[in-house]
Design a protein around this ligand. Structure first.
Ligand SMILES: CC(C)(COP(=O)(O)OP(=O)(O)OC[C@H]1O[C@@H](n2cnc3c(N)ncnc32)[C@H](O)[C@@H]1OP(=O)(O)O)[C@@H](O)C(=O)NCCC(=O)NCCS
Length: 150
């Protein structure tokens, strides 16, 4: 399978929203994604993973001096467990390295075992639990990874 990573654009939003809806209890809206795509690139960067010219997954990042915050990542349901999530995470890490940003940071639902497994496999650890972080009352885990300079 050949996966092409490229910057997300407005014409991807239809496919992104399909994936978003099948992936999350509280999916982001079209307006939410448009807001992200309109951020200046020093503040917000997003990538899609394309397979056969179809959007198979995406990652949305917020850039700070001290860390890159992964604000959204998802892979199309029927394309999971094929390494696409890993490629998207590695892209975030590559951007952090290039910008000399020392940390990757994210929140994940405490019961989201697939995502927590992915992050742990790639060197993230749980910094702390945030009680009642989500609107349905579920706790979040705040996970971080130190980006090593090579
Ligand atoms: C989390 C998510 C992005 C992972 O994407 P993916 O493309 O399936 O991930 P990968 O194929 O790169 O998986 C890499 C590793 O993560 C772990 N992993 C991924 N899915 C898993 C699952 N369902 N159960 C257990 N471990 C899992 C495994 O260690 C896996 O390696 P392996 O397949 O060699 O065992 C995907 O499950 C998803 O879109 N979930 C819904 C949206 C979501 O929860 N996003 C995270 C919000 S914080």
């Amino acid at each position: 399978m050949s996966v092409n990573l490229r910057r997300a654009k407005k014409s991807d939003l239809k496919e992104i929203l399909e994936i978003e809806k099948e992936s999350f209890k509280e999916p982001w809206s079209m307006e939410g994604f448009l807001y992200e795509l309109n951020l200046p690139e020093e503040i917000g960067i997003s990538y899609v993973a394309e397979v056969d010219e179809k959007v198979a997954g995406y990652i949305f990042l917020h850039i700070f001096d001290e860390g890159i915050h992964i604000v959204n990542i998802a892979v199309r349901k029927d394309m999971r467990r094929q390494g696409i999530g890993t490629l998207l995470l590695k892209k975030a890490e590559e951007i952090a390295k290039n910008k000399h940003i020392p940390l990757l940071v994210l929140e994940v639902r405490e019961n989201n075992l697939p995502a927590i497994s992915l992050y742990k496999k790639h060197g993230f650890f749980v910094l702390r639990k945030i009680e009642g972080y989500y609107s349905d009352g579920e706790n979040a885990l705040l996970m971080v990874k130190e980006v090593k300079r090579t």
